[in-house]
Design a protein around this ligand. Structure first.
Ligand SMILES: Nc1ncnc2c1ncn2[C@@H]1O[C@H](COP(=O)(O)OP(=O)(O)OP(=O)(O)O)[C@@H](O)[C@H]1O
Ligand SMILES: [Mg+2]
Length: 275
């Protein structure tokens, strides 16, 4: 479990990135932080692996205050998939994937076997193992980024707009792959995006942020769609836009969440729809 308790982040120079944020993420849950640019998403994500230390407040993992943990050890135990893949350009795909396991003492030979397994897991042809990142398509690079995040078999996977840099079709494929992976692997995932549709697709729960890391609403996609907390959320989720990929329709006295093709994506539990 990951817990944020009243965390605040003021960067030197005065930017107040996060005012006062609290949240618990259960083990094996996927939570998506969604908000406009500058709303503090990356800052919050990086507090988990201590790439950012909060100005005040506490982040804990399974009850341990992360500020008492060695940041290097912590970072190597948590998968981190950066925006635009963050691959090392002068290393092959395989070497990119095995960086962290090798740092943690796994033999190169063993790590290589694992790298090829992971490439299959994320849907990459193993023949690409010896290529360099620049010799891959954007979507392939993103998959390498995900494989690298999974390489140390972390319980926690942090993903910062991991599919931001690819076209909508590849992005859709990657989103579906991640859903499939999550069904198999059941990691605890904290995922950042500014795309509400992506958030609803990937999150067991979604946290909608205002600037300053202020929580506008937390809930399952169905809960948020059925009962947006206020006008900010309503606008953000496009409830007033009509055409969106997920929306709520009332059928036979039940509220059903329907996707863009009219397929039912879920039924709201009793009470969830009443504000
Ligand atoms: N290292 C830094 N030094 C000073 N200010 C920073 C630093 N990093 C972020 N900020 C500021 O903190 C605020 C939140 O930034 P953050 O990167 O967390 O936002 P974000 O929600 O991830 O945005 P984006 O969607 O653009 O990635 C912004 O106003 C940003 O300018
Ligand atoms: Mg960011």
């Amino acid at each position: 479990m990951i817990g944020f308790e009243n965390v605040r982040k003021e960067y030197p120079g005065g930017a107040l990135a996060v005012e006062d944020f609290s949240l618990e993420v259960a083990s094996h849950e996927s939570v998506v932080l969604v908000g406009t640019s500058g709303s503090g998403k990356t800052t919050l994500l990086r507090m988990i692996n201590r790439m950012v230390d909060p100005t005040s407040g506490v982040v804990h993992i399974d009850g341990d205050d992360v500020s008492r943990l060695d940041p290097v050890v912590l970072r190597r135990s948590i998968g981190y998939v950066m925006q635009a893949s963050g691959l090392l350009p002068h290393r092959t795909v395989e070497d990119n994937i095995i960086t962290v396991p090798v740092l943690r003492g796994t033999s190169r030979a063993q790590a290589r076997v694992r790298a090829l397994e992971l490439m299959e897991t994320v849907g990459l042809d193993v023949s690409l193992a010896t290529r360099y990142p620049a010799q891959l398509s954007g979507g392939q690079q993103q998959r390498v980024g995900v494989a690298r995040g999974l390489a140390a078999d972390p319980n926690i996977l942090l993903m910062d707009e991991p599919f931001g840099a690819v076209d909508p079709i590849v992005r859709g494929e990657l989103q579906l792959e991640l859903q499939r992976l999550q069904r198999e692997l059941r990691k605890t995932i904290v995922f950042v995006t500014h795309d509400i549709d992506e958030a609803f697709l990937i999150g067991d729960r979604v946290v909608i942020l205002r600037p300053g890391g202020i929580v506008a609403q937390v809930g399952t996609p169905q809960e948020i769609l059925a009962a947006p907390a206020d006008d900010f959320v309503r606008t953000f989720v496009g409830a007033d836009r009509g055409a969106r990929s997920l929306h709520v329709e009332r059928t036979d006295g039940r509220d059903v969440v329907v996707d863009a093709d009219g397929r039912a994506a879920g039924v709201l539990e009793a009470g969830a729809a009443s504000p």
